[in-house]
Write a protein that binds this ligand. Structure first.
Ligand code: NDP
Length: 612
């Protein structure tokens, strides 16, 4: 996992000191409270710039077999896997104007997937599609989401520009009543929630932010009407404009080089620099990646998952920055698999980490000609403290005369926004346009945000129950008192940097649960004893990463410096082992989650469902 010379012990001690210092510069007492949501007063930052005003339609009061909340990859895959089980009426409800989720909302210039497309894009074997680039542009990914939705006929019953406002279990019909902001109140035998984790854009709570009179928007709602151009560039509307951008995370790193090409001047307001590794994007052919073999995509993504989950693999098919640094990811992933923790391992781990970060800091020096700017761009923290990023265009952008880096670490970010620009220390920057690449309220969406109340048996409110007893579930999918409700996401489940892989395994499982319930004329509802058993499995070998995150610069991985990992509790033995466990459970123990119905009904699964 190391690529440069191992640092000597005195160098390691100096690094530790430097990391502490850089962390102290950034920790704020207000933690996550420093941010503003994009509702109420700031709702215009979250409005849909792509769909326009939704067309009027009749409110729906009918009954479907499965309602899926969310039309991103999670929801689409749930729909597709339900179809493969022969489920007829699948209705996906989506707030955006089409399918795509993250890739619907995020269309900023320069957007690319930072995971290899051949493992990130799901259902490549099933659709026959072979991505054209090693790292796909966002539009290719969005089109692929639509391709899957078309192939599995998910458009027919879909509701777009529609937000679900509540889910209520109706004991009389043993169905869910799905209410929406468009006046719908339809019934669904099963509900799958696939509401994502990076859906609510957030803004920094900078004093005066509401007073800015220039143009302003969040990167996840790119305003091409103002900037001109497309995600490929050509932002002609920015000619002659002074553009400020706040945020240098994975999004900022992709956007900034594109802004630099067309704006008169770009001011990059940085608080913490990202680590930016080599990208090496290139066109690929089917032969390059062995896409002429049956099952090639499954094999490739399983190989990638093994490597980035810390499992052994006989070869590395993707061979990129993620797989090369896989050993350093384990503090980032709640479900990384590693045997033999102990001081010797931790010491070796720290050395490898320092070597990698030295390599990345050297990369900055080699790429940025102004030494002062290069110094400010160097990341001083351990590799897994922040999401690693990859770009071959980011550092060279700072060699342009029209790009200025403004370091705001000492002032904890921009101090004030005025009508005409921003203030940092004694300097005022006059701007025509201020863009926020400030990310999302992580994990605060759907059922976890409070915006989607879920009322189960006897009116039990899901969030309320979670607040009282902590989260309870069997495998993260189903919970007692919430029959026929299947939740997708990382909580009590597994995670990976290649999240679409995890989502697809979840979708396969969700569809198998529905098929089992239909076959047994049963409800899906685990007992409390099943939940207890699952909770103790997760608690037993849960990794303790708190000490690691306590030493990290603030960010959403450590609750803005509070020192606790922000990851939900998850299966402790890694995604690969979790998927094996689920498969075996489906084959041997699915009855554990089936309860007799009191209201009998015809099966939703057609006899020709192939059950694949
Ligand atoms: P992030 O939350 O990662 O980054 C937000 C940025 O805004 C940080 O640089 C943060 O600085 C900065 N910031 C926040 N408040 C202020 C302030 N007051 N003053 C100055 N700077 C401020 O958001 P992103 O949109 O970049 O990424 C979100 C996630 O989306 C990523 O982690 C990744 O998981 C995903 N993503 C994935 C991509 C892919 O290709 N798969 C591409 C893009 C994003 P600080 O670090 O100091 O808090």
């Amino acid at each position: 996992m190391t690529t440069t010379q191992a640092p000597a012990p005195d160098e390691l001690a100096a690094l530790r000191q430097r990391y502490d210092l850089e962390r102290e510069r950034r920790v704020r007492p207000d933690g996550a409270r420093q941010y503003l949501g994009t509702d109420a007063e700031f709702g215009y930052y979250a409005a849909d710039p792509y769909a326009g005003e939704p067309a009027g339609r009749e409110a729906l009061h009918d009954t479907v077999d499965v309602a899926v909340i969310g039309g991103g990859f999670g929801g689409i895959l749930a729909g597709a896997r339900m179809r493969q089980q022969g489920v007829e009426r699948v209705r996906i409800v989506e707030a955006g104007g089409d399918f795509g989720g993250t890739w619907y909302w995020n269309r900023y210039p320069g957007i690319h997937c930072d995971i290899e497309s051949h493992v990130y894009l799901p259902m490549l074997d099933e659709t026959g599609y072979v991505p054209e680039w090693k790292y796909s542009p966002g539009e290719e990914i969005r089109r692929h989401a639509m391709r899957i939705a078309q192939k599995y006929d998910l458009y027919t019953d879909a509701l777009f520009s529609t937000a679900v406002t509540s889910l209520t279990w109706d004991a009389a019909s043993e169905t869910w009543i799905v209410a929406t902001d468009r006046g719908d109140a339809f019934h669904a035998t099963y509900v799958v929630t696939a509401t994502g984790t990076l859906t609510e854009p957030k803004l920094p709570g900078i004093p005066g932010i509401e007073t800015f009179r220039g143009h302003t928007f969040h990167t996840s709602r790119w305003d091409y009407a103002y900037t001109g151009g497309t995600p490929d560039g050509g932002l002609t509307g920015l000619a002659g404009k002074r553009v400020g951008i706040v945020g240098t995370g994975a999004t900022g790193v992709q956007v900034i080089p594109m802004l630099a090409e067309d704006a008169e001047h770009v001011y990059v307001f940085q608080r913490t620099p990202s680590s930016v590794d080599v990208r090496g994007n290139r066109r690929t052919t089917a032969e390059d990646i062995g896409a002429d073999q049956d099952g090639w995509a499954r094999e490739r993504r399983e190989n990638f998952l093994r490597i980035v989950s810390g499992e052994t693999a006989d070869r590395d098919l993707v061979a990129d920055g993620w797989t090369a640094s896989a050993g350093l990811l384990e503090k980032l992933l709640p479900s990384f698999r590693r045997e033999g923790q102990g001081p010797a391992f931790e010491a070796a781990y720290e050395v490898a980490d320092a070597a990698k970060m030295n390599e990345l800091r050297t990369r900055v020096e080699r790429s940025v000609t102004d030494p002062g700017t290069a110094e400010k761009l160097k990341p001083w923290y351990r590799y897994a403290c922040k999401r690693p990023t990859f770009s071959d265009k980011y550092y060279p952008a700072f060699n342009r005369d029209n790009v200025s880096l403004v370091d705001t670490a000492d002032t904890h970010g921009i101090e004030r926004v005025t009508e005409h620009g921003v203030v940092v220390g004694s300097d005022t920057y006059e701007l025509d346009c201020l863009i926020f690449a400030t990310g999302f309220s992580v994990g605060v969406s759907g059922v976890h945000s409070g915006k989607l109340p879920v009322h189960g048996r006897d009116g039990t409110q899901l969030l309320h129950a979670m607040a009282q007893e902590g989260p309870r579930s069997l495998h993260g999918f189903t919970s007692n008192n919430f029959p026929n409700l299947i939740r997708m996401g990382s909580l009590h489940n597994a995670s990976s940097v290649n999240f679409t892989h995890v989502l697809d395994e979840q979708a396969v499982h969700a569809a198998a649960l529905v098929a089992a319930a239909e076959a047994g004329d049963a409800l899906l509802e685990p007992s409390r004893a099943s939940e207890d058993a699952w909770i103790s499995v997760m608690a037993k070998d849960a990794p303790d990463h708190e000490w690691f995150h306590a030493g990290c610069t603030p960010g959403y991985y450590n609750r803005e410096g509070l020192g606790r990992p922000n990851s939900p509790s998850a299966y402790p033995h890694g995604a690969v082992a979790f998927h094996e466990l689920l498969k075996q459970w489906r084959e041997e123990s699915v009855d554990e989650v089936l309860r007799p119905r009191t209201v009998h009904r015809d099966s939703t699964v057609t006899p020709d469902g192939n059950g694949s």
